[in-house]
Design a protein around this ligand. Structure first.
Ligand code: SAH
Ligand code: SF4
Length: 376
């Protein structure tokens, strides 16, 4: 008779199998690896060996797991996928933000961004390398300023496709990444289960071993899932893409606000803050004539103080085909100074390299168009 715990994990695997036919070996948690090993009649230490091959030695096939019996490797290969994400394009240089375009097994294109030593944001010290990972192909939330939703939503990324962005970029650059932000393409909280699986693998000592306080999840404001994340034991950081301090402004640019308005969002943020040690961050893109007036800065300051949140101001990056623009430098500085006058910890992004640091998803759209043109 299997124990309740075993049954629970077995059911989780059964669910994944049903949803995706063959699942990728790198979507499994350690306990699930152990269950599989046991099911195959192998000694339990094999689970540790497999995890070691996957996340320490980082092989790309079962065949390379040379200390496993050949017969066991074949059975693993029969049951599990071992998909590859290929880096097909890199933009940027060694000392600036670099963007990587990855092609997944089904030819979907996603984007991952490597940010070099940067100001102390999202748990990152200045000597930390931060990676910005995608969680979906496209995005269904249709924020009016963002490139990721322009092409609609295709699918959720699987846990291994999320983790593999980190592994692929480390392999390509030879650099060790120690800070992760879920701020690439897609809405992480709309892919909650796969995101959490990926986070557990990223965090676990048998996985990538990156501390929870160096993992930041960004959301456009899915209130019920924020509550769910608050109830997770891991001390993950949360960033809220606010971009408007009142319903009137937020409704104009973020359709999600009609489902969960500013007060609903702040209330659930109160709950999150009460459960976690780390402070929340509000991200706020400054868009000329839309959300950059003094009154918005004052309302934003009130929200930030209520939650003891930090504010990260981001001058709008031009997205091809969209009408918005960033405010003049003095307007950006004024907005920042109002926040600071109210005692809010706020930063304004001024770094170099913003020529390629446009909204996530742009590189994908550009390449997609080129591929379509080439094949027509
Ligand atoms: N869907 C989640 C995670 C993606 S994060 C979220 O919205 O939080 C993507 C980040 O890039 C968000 O903070 C988003 O607001 C920001 N962004 C999108 N378009 C942008 C643009 N044109 N200029 C600057 N930042 C942009
Ligand atoms: Fe999606 Fe976030 Fe872009 Fe909005 S800002 S469209 S939620 S990726």
């Amino acid at each position: 008779m299997p124990s309740a715990r075993l049954l629970a994990t077995t059911n989780a695997v059964a669910f994944l199998v049903a949803a995706n036919a063959k699942i990728d070996i790198r979507s499994l948690q350690f306990q699930e690896l152990e269950d599989k090993v046991r099911e195959f009649g192998e000694p339990l230490y094999r689970a540790r060996q497999i995890a070691d091959w996957l996340y320490q030695k980082r092989v790309q096939s079962f065949d390379e797991m040379t200390d496993l019996p050949q017969e066991f490797r074949s059975r693993l290969a029969e049951q599990f996928d071992f998909s590859k994400s290929a880096i097909v394009r890199v933009l940027g240089s060694h000392d600036t933000t670099r963007k990587f375009l990855l092609r997944l097994n089904d030819e979907s294109l996603i984007e991952t961004v490597l940010i070099p030593a940067s100001p102390a944001l999202y748990g990152s010290r200045s000597d930390r390398r931060t990676i910005c990972v995608s969680t979906q192909v496209g995005c269904a939330y249709g924020c009016k300023f963002c490139a990721s939703g322009l092409d609609g939503f295709s699918r959720n990324l699987k846990p291994n496709e999320i983790v593999d962005q980190i592994i692929a970029v480390e392999r390509e650059t030879g650099e060790k990444i120690d800070n992760i932000v879920f701020m690439g393409m897609g809405e992480p909280l709309a892919n909650f289960e796969n995101m959490m699986r990926a986070i557990r693998i990223i965090n676990a000592p048998w996985g990538l071993g990156i501390g929870a306080r160096h993992i930041t999840v960004s959301t456009s404001g899915l209130a019920p899932q924020i509550r769910k994340l608050a109830d997770e034991p891991l001390q993950i950081r949360l960033a809220i893409s606010l971009h408007g301090a009142t319903d009137a402004v937020r409704n104009q640019i973020m359709p999600i606000n009609r489902r969960y308005n500013v007060e609903t969002l702040l209330a659930v943020c109160d709950y999150y803050a009460s459960r976690k040690k780390q402070r929340l961050t509000f991200e706020y893109i400054l868009i000329a004539g839309v959300n950059d007036v003094d009154e918005q800065a004052r309302a934003l300051a009130r929200h930030a103080k209520r939650l003891s949140a930090k504010v990260n101001l981001i001058p709008y990056n031009t997205v091809h085909g969209l009408v918005w623009s960033r405010p003049a430098q003095d307007r950006q500085e004024k907005f920042l100074s109002i926040l600071r006058e109210h005692g809010v910890a706020a930063t304004l992004r001024r770094e170099k390299g913003h020529d390629i640091d446009a909204a996530c998803g742009q590189l994908r759209l550009q390449t997609k168009r080129e591929l379509e043109t080439a094949s027509s």
